[in-house]
Design a protein around this ligand. Structure first.
Ligand code: 3PG
Length: 221
């Protein structure tokens, strides 16, 4: 696994190269975001996808971008074109969408921020490729066919590379990472809701340390 310095996050490929796992995070309180991100960093995870699934999401992006040096901050669950400028203004360094309808894709590409656009089918993958992007999010990975689907995609589309998320766990992450067309995986397991709610940052750090160790234990097939 190559290590990409924070200041060099310019392309989707750079986003895929930061870490074997991108934590997909929901915070209910903005105040949770900074200690949570610091715990991930202590565990060796230098990237975070803070989702807009809660009202605190945008403020959380702003707080981590401002206060947690060394952390690459992305905005996740960006589902409406207007949100793209909001997350850019908040300091997000990359954007993640769960799906890729035309207006959202256009707004996100137009922002100039690295984008992991979501695709669950070959047609969606090719639509994203037509927009000039060869790296993308495969979502929801397990429900959309999982590892065997991505293996099949590599036949007709060997140039495409993925961050599978949705149903990725410590139990199957290694299998995904072993695929040649997978750059990293994403998942919410590093930041369990109960641990975040009670501020159990030690637990988050432990889970992050285990996830960052996936890099050294994964041999390409
Ligand atoms: C995502 O948006 O990437 C997913 O909701 C994460 O899925 P998980 O909770 O199954 O890890």
């Amino acid at each position: 696994m190559t290590s990409t310095p924070t200041h060099e996050i310019r392309t989707p490929a750079d986003v895929l190269a930061v870490s074997p796992v991108i934590p997909v995070v929901v915070v209910e309180e903005v105040e949770q975001a900074v200690p949570l991100a610091q715990a991930l960093l202590r565990g060796g995870i230098r990237v975070i996808e803070l989702t807009l699934r809660s009202e605190a999401g945008l403020g959380a992006i702003e707080a981590v971008a401002r206060e947690v040096e060394g952390m690459v901050v992305g905005a996740g669950t960006v589902v409406a074109p207007a949100q793209v400028q909001q997350v850019k203004d908040a300091g997000a360094q990359f954007v993640v969408t769960p799906g890729s309808p035309p207006r959202l894709l256009e707004a996100a590409v137009g922002s100039g921020l690295p984008l992991l656009a979501g695709a669950g089918t070959l047609t969606e993958m090719l639509t994203i490729a037509e927009a000039g992007l060869t790296e993308m999010k495969f979502f929801p990975a397990e429900a959309s066919g999982g590892r065997s689907y991505l293996s099949s995609v590599a036949g007709p589309c060997p140039q495409l590379r993925f961050c599978p998320t949705g149903g990725v766990t410590p139990g199957n992450a290694r299998d995904y990472l072993a695929l040649p067309n997978v750059g990293c995986v994403g998942g919410s397991w590093l930041t369990p809701r109960d641990a975040v709610a009670r501020g159990d940052w030690g637990r988050v750090e432990e889970l992050a340390a285990a996830a960052s160790a996936l890099a050294s234990s994964t041999a390409p097939e």
